[in-house]
Design a protein around this ligand. Structure first.
Ligand SMILES: [Zn+2]
Length: 159
């Protein structure tokens, strides 16, 4: 059981030196390896996965050039996230299902903004671009958003 945010090793090869981190919506856990027992709805904030230098190059190419989603190979045991404390359940008999909608909407709009500006804004880093693509790919795969909504070109900041 994970209770706090700690730096983790590479989610693909378990190497302890990592060079990059991606922050994803908690629902992404459903696509990861060994995720069966994790209550993703109880995750607070985002889920972070980490990559060593070699794997980062591979993952970046898979996501940006081949539009492949690598999460199925990422071991959730190497992901970092916070599970919400269960105080509410102790204080009340009925525990409402945590709602991830607000977090997902925020991440979707951030990702779309990044994709809209990536060609014109030199301050957008490679990892931000990869994170934006993977966020949208993942939420599409989990039927949270449709592909037309995910990559909506009307979000062009020039307009
Ligand atoms: Zn690695």
């Amino acid at each position: 059981m994970y209770t706090g945010q700690t730096e983790q090793s590479c989610c693909l090869c378990n190497h302890h030196e990592t060079v990059s981190r991606l922050d994803l919506p908690p629902r992404a856990i459903k696509l990861m390896k060994n995720s069966g027992s994790i209550a993703w709805r109880d995750v607070v904030g985002t889920v972070s996965i980490h990559f060593c230098a070699d794997d980062w190059n591979l993952i970046r190419d898979l996501i940006t050039e081949m539009q492949l989603n690598p999460l199925g190979r990422c071991n959730v045991a190497q992901a970092s996230f916070s599970i919400r404390e269960d105080f509410e359940a102790l204080l009340s008999d009925t525990k409402p299902e945590p709602d991830q909608t607000a977090v997902e909407e925020r991440l979707i709009s951030t990702a779309q903004k990044t994709l809209a500006e990536v060609d014109s804004d030199p301050l957008i880093e490679e990892r931000d671009h990869v994170e934006a693509l993977l966020t949208l790919q993942t939420l599409m795969k989990l039927d949270v958003i449709s592909s037309t909504k995910a990559f909506d070109s009307s979000l062009d900041p020039e307009s």
